[in-house]
Design a protein around this ligand. Sequence first.
Ligand SMILES: [Mg+2]
Length: 232
Amino acid sequence: MIDPKIKTIAFDADDTLWVNETIFDATQERFFKLLEQYVPEEVLRKHLFQTEIKNLKYFGYGVKGFILSMIETAVELTEGLVRGGDIQQIIDWGREMIEHPVENIEGVEQALKTLSQHYQLMVITKGDLLDQESKLARSGLADYFDKVEIVSDKTAAQYQEILNRHDIKAEEFLMIGNSLKSDVLPVLEIGGQAVHIPFSSTWEHETVAPAEESHHQIVAFASVTEFVKTIG
Ligand SMILES: [Mg+2]
């Protein structure tokens, strides 16, 4: 149950409020197909992942960095032979990803409706600023949130900075998200509480060994409302 001290509940966005990773997975599969004439899928997969990680510190999280990493992988693994038309195709996929309809995860809206009556609600998400603002607007969920933070990374220091800026005490703060690495562990580290709601697909970079630390885990967003009813 939620600690009665909690006053603010923050949510991750991608794969917590709405579907995201499946869109990346689907584009990645198209990328493998596009280049299968040049390079085997397992070689592409490994190189693309390494390129994405290498590029995080230059381009950050989100669709733009992903597209650039696919282009870089295509150029490197074909030794410059990839066609201009194929590069154009990759860029077009990026636009499709940005325009992809926002599919809210089941149970999210009901849970936000209930929680917003009792708590200050926040979104704390990584990704491209324009893309995340657009998804929040198109999700129809924006009005439930008092504050929105779109950040370049979610480290303990960054959570602490956000809490300081909004005058929120760590012990009165609860974070809900699908990533142990980004949504749970750094929040526990600064003395906050966290609920982990796993999504069906997790980007390899966001996976960590199961944590020893104590945090809540619930399997579906629909149960957030049930979970909150236990507060009493
Ligand atoms: Mg997420």
